[in-house]
Design a protein around this ligand. Structure first.
Ligand code: MN
Length: 293
């Protein structure tokens, strides 16, 4: 997605603008891709690049998150063994199930992650994201490919504190997505993609999706056994070892083999002290509050 919400096809470094070709509004809420999926336009069958669609260099445009406002973002907690070990977790996704992130947490490529607290650790988690193509309920793992549009790069930014995951991971800007969706047919093997994440130019994460505890098809089957998946929904597949604190001025880059490279920056300009967050003063502390995955 680019500019105010137009849908483009990336072809040899140029954007082919499909917005008018597909009869989409130029400023659809959540973007042209979400609108096209909701209208059930046959994106996978586009095949040839339409000759009537205008082309221009990618650099002339503002690249946006592929799905600006998904109906939901699902997260996979503790879905790599090496991350389980580093977090000293006794359980995995098999016991924890999935969590939800607020759709309002999506951040465009090149955007700025806003740290909420200057005295609570906030970590990067580089992740492969699955974009759902169509409405799906009770999909068997062997049929999961039929409801998957493709993949994009994601960060699951996380405050390490005692709250539920949905709170700690749902701050605005906490789900950078993009820059493009690579459709399933373009990938040789989504079950074995290299994933790397750098913070401040230092390599922190270097994993492979073959080490997922629940692989992509299992995640789709499991998620759709719980809730109806809607077009444009996003499933974050979990993070390998190497998560760590991010700080004001950092750049974070997650790169996934065959999928792309996503970079965002970090700012603490809006950060406050954890203990002055709203409501805290009126609720007695009950202990706990340790660091969670
Ligand atoms: Mn995560």
């Amino acid at each position: 997605m680019f500019d105010e919400g137009r849908l483009g096809l990336l072809d040899a470094g140029e954007v082919v603008d499909l917005t008018d070709h597909l009869g989409l509004p130029p400023d659809a809420p959540g973007g042209g891709l979400l609108e096209a999926l909701r209208r059930r336009l046959p994106l996978a069958e586009l095949g040839e690049v339409p000759a009537d669609a205008p082309r221009s260099p990618m650099a002339d445009h503002r690249v946006r998150a592929p799905i600006g406002r998904p109906s939901k973002i699902l997260g996979a907690p503790v879905n790599y063994r090496d991350h389980q070990v580093e977090m000293d977790e006794q359980v995995t996704i098999a016991e924890l199930g999935l969590f939800l992130k607020a759709p309002s947490s999506v951040l465009d490529p090149g955007g700025t992650v806003r740290l909420p607290y200057h005295d609570k650790r906030t970590d990067q988690e580089g992740e492969l994201a699955v974009v759902i193509a169509r409405t799906a309920r009770h999909v068997a793992a062997e049929d999961a490919d039929e409801v998957v549009l493709g993949f994009t790069c994601a960060l699951d930014i996380t405050v390490r504190a005692g709250e539920d995951r949905s709170t700690r991971k749902s701050f605005d800007t906490f789900t950078p997505l993009g820059p493009v969706v690579v459709t399933l047919d373009e990938l040789a093997d989504p079950d074995d993609l290299g994933l790397r994440c750098e913070v401040g130019g230092q390599l922190r994460q270097d994993g492979r999706t073959r080490d997922l505890i629940y692989d992509v098809r299992t995640l789709v089957a499991y998620a759709s056994s719980v809730m109806t998946l809607e077009p444009g929904d996003v499933i974050l597949t979990g993070t390998p070892a190497g998560v760590g604190p991010i700080a004001d001025g950092d750049d974070i880059t997650v790169s996934i083999e065959g999928v792309g490279e996503l970079t965002v920056s970090v700012s603490a300009a809006d950060a406050i002290a954890y203990d002055i967050r709203p409501s805290r003063a009126t609720v007695p502390a009950t202990g706990g509050g340790g660091v969670q995955a």
